[in-house]
Design a protein around this ligand. Structure first.
Ligand code: ADP
Length: 549
């Protein structure tokens, strides 16, 4: 027997409809790519997004067509998202930090028909124009005054298209399983693969992530999403902030400490979200200038593990609470958050910190399990390492165009490629990417844990741990350290710093000081490149003993 409630398809255009109707005058403030800080409202964004929908229809965009965006976080980017998705076209977010060759691969694979771009990216687009044959129109997200016909001959102007089209456009009216967005994984192994979100998956992700124990967003919040809309959907904030009517502050292309701080203060931001490196830059700026945030209450940090020093600095020096989050492109992206349970909330701040440093627990809609290589379930005892598997209504079912084949196990779980533990409180902790974990004498060593401890050394700017071949143990850890500018340090200093904090057999066999620790396009340490650079490296503990004369 079916229920008799209304059929109200969960399509994301309804989110912006709601924002217009009930929070119409709530502001969206952007640091524009042209320079000045500009202000608009949900009502204006709604009307402009509808104009854009009509413009896209005029350019021949049909339901299901892919329309790409290559853009920073601004109100115009939000208008493009809703304008595309509202008419059943698919918004394909492109990550400008990818190499041009990867961008071309992705654009061709997605068969993008129209491409929205910020002024910033016109040179690279022009240079590779011939390699993007499917792209029929390029729309520059600016006004006539900033259009330079020579920068990209034939490009269309965003503001002109808006002026030429009416705001009278019907949105939605299609199946909630219709594709809404497309985002490619960064392709650290093989070619990038496309994750094709549906309206329904985005809508459910929005409802889940608004919740108090997840992002905990409210109409009274002012939110600064530093996390880019081009990677993992800005953690859903363009949807969830519209859904609750939070004021949005969009940082544009300036993500340095000074620029982020300026917006935090000038717009009285209460909540922000970003990867650890952004927060490190902000903290460095605040220390240098002896400034402190006056309205900021909470930051969500994810994308890579949060170092303890970062949580302590926010909590103890600035009174800002940190929520650690884990997720991936394939999970829309939020998967777990380290918000306290009733039991944890009763613990002392020091005890609670132990849980904040873990990646956290799943909200409703995310199911997790740990398995061994044979696919058998492992206990949630906080110490057993296993492959982290996930399923739920906003988790990938298959990649775009079937790339990678069957990606779910027989129970419908997706293998995240992460290795993790889950403790008796239900808190998951990522110990490694499966491909980075060090296997020493048959036991696993977590590179992430060592890195996060080592980076707490006052002389360390960035640390990475990789496995190096060892004749007896298969692999042993090597710690690579990029020092703060102008300081010297010794291997012994770092090893002494780690002593007592990790198991003895986890202690790196060597410490190598390097000028650079490379980061990939999504801000994570690029271990593949580090391993390439360290190809000829031999562990001192593995080198054959020198012959004595
Ligand atoms: P990519 O496209 O590079 O895979 P994602 O953002 O989808 O970009 O990356 C997801 C991966 O990032 C996760 O599988 C995990 O390895 C890592 N990750 C995300 N958040 C965290 C976190 N809080 N701690 C540790 N690793 C994390």
């Amino acid at each position: 027997m079916l229920g008799l409630m209304q059929n109200w398809p969960l399509t994301v255009d309804k989110i912006l409809d709601h924002a217009k109707s009930w929070h119409g005058d709530r502001e969206i403030v952007s640091r524009s790519v042209e320079g000045p800080v500009v202000r608009t409202t949900y009502a204006e964004v709604h009307a402009r997004a509808k104009r854009l929908s009509n413009a896209l229809k005029g350019l021949g965009v049909q339901p299901g067509d892919r329309v790409a965006t290559l853009a920073w976080n601004t109100a115009r980017h939000i208008e493009a998202w809703y304008g595309i998705m509202g008419i059943g076209a698919v918004c394909h977010t492109l990550n400008p930090r990818l190499f041009a060759e990867q961008l071309c691969y992705i654009i061709n694979h997605a068969e993008d028909k129209v491409l929205f771009t910020d002024l910033t990216f016109l040179p690279v687009l022009l240079e590779h124009r011939a390699q993007m044959p499917t792209v029929k129109h390029v729309i520059v997200m600016t006004d006539e005054a900033h259009m330079d016909p020579a920068a990209y001959p034939g490009a269309l102007c965003f503001e002109t298209l808006l002026a030429e089209n009416s705001a009278d456009c019907v949105w939605g009216d299609f199946d909630e399983n219709t594709a809404a967005g497309l985002c490619y994984t960064s392709g650290t192994t093989g070619n990038p693969k496309g994750v094709l979100y549906s309206h329904r998956s985005n809508f459910i992700h929005t409802l889940v992530t608004m919740g108090q124990d997840v992002m905990g967003l409210s109409a009274t919040d002012t939110v600064l999403p530093v996390v880019p809309m081009f990677h993992a959907n800005a953690w859903g904030l363009a949807f969830s902030c519209s859904a609750v009517g939070a004021k949005l502050v969009m940082p544009g292309m300036k993500l340095d400490g000074a620029s982020v701080y300026e917006l935090l203060e000038s717009e009285a931001v209460t909540f922000s979200a970003a990867v650890p490196t952004v927060w490190q830059m902000l903290l460095a700026y605040m220390r240098e200038t002896n400034s402190r945030p006056s309205t900021l209450q909470r930051v969500v940090i994810g994308g890579s593990a949060v170092p303890e020093a970062l949580v302590r600095a926010f909590r103890d020096d600035y009174g800002v609470s940190v929520t650690h989050a884990w997720g991936m492109t394939e999970t829309s992206p939020l998967g777990t958050l380290a918000t306290p349970t009733g039991k944890i909330a009763k613990m002392s701040p020091e005890e609670q910190l132990r849980f904040t440093l873990k990646q956290g627990r799943p909200p409703i809609g995310i199911e997790l399990k740990l398995v061994n290589d044979a696919g058998e379930r492992l206990p949630h005892d906080g110490t057993t390492f296993g492959r982290l598997m996930v399923r739920g209504p906003f988790v990938v079912g298959e990649y775009f165009k079937g790339d990678g084949g069957e990606i779910l196990d027989e129970e419908g779980y997706f293998d995240t490629g992460d290795v993790a533990t889950i403790d008796e409180y239900g808190f998951m902790q990522i110990t490694d990417r499966a491909k980075d974990v060090i296997k020493s004498g048959g036991e696993w060593i977590s590179t992430i844990e060592i890195e996060n401890l080592a980076v707490g050394h006052p002389k360390a700017a960035l640390c990475a741990v990789i496995g190096a071949a060892h004749p007896k143990w298969d692999e042993r850890p090597v710690l690579l350290v990029k020092l703060e500018p102008g300081v010297d340090a010794t291997k012994e200093e770092f090893l002494a710093f780690l002593e007592g904090k990790i198991a003895k057999w986890w202690t790196p066999d060597d410490v190598v000081f390097v000028d650079d620790i490379p980061l990939g396009a999504t801000g994570k340490i690029d271990k593949k490149l580090i391993r390439e650079r360290m190809k000829g490296y031999v562990l001192p503990t593995a080198a054959p003993a020198k012959a004595t004369a």
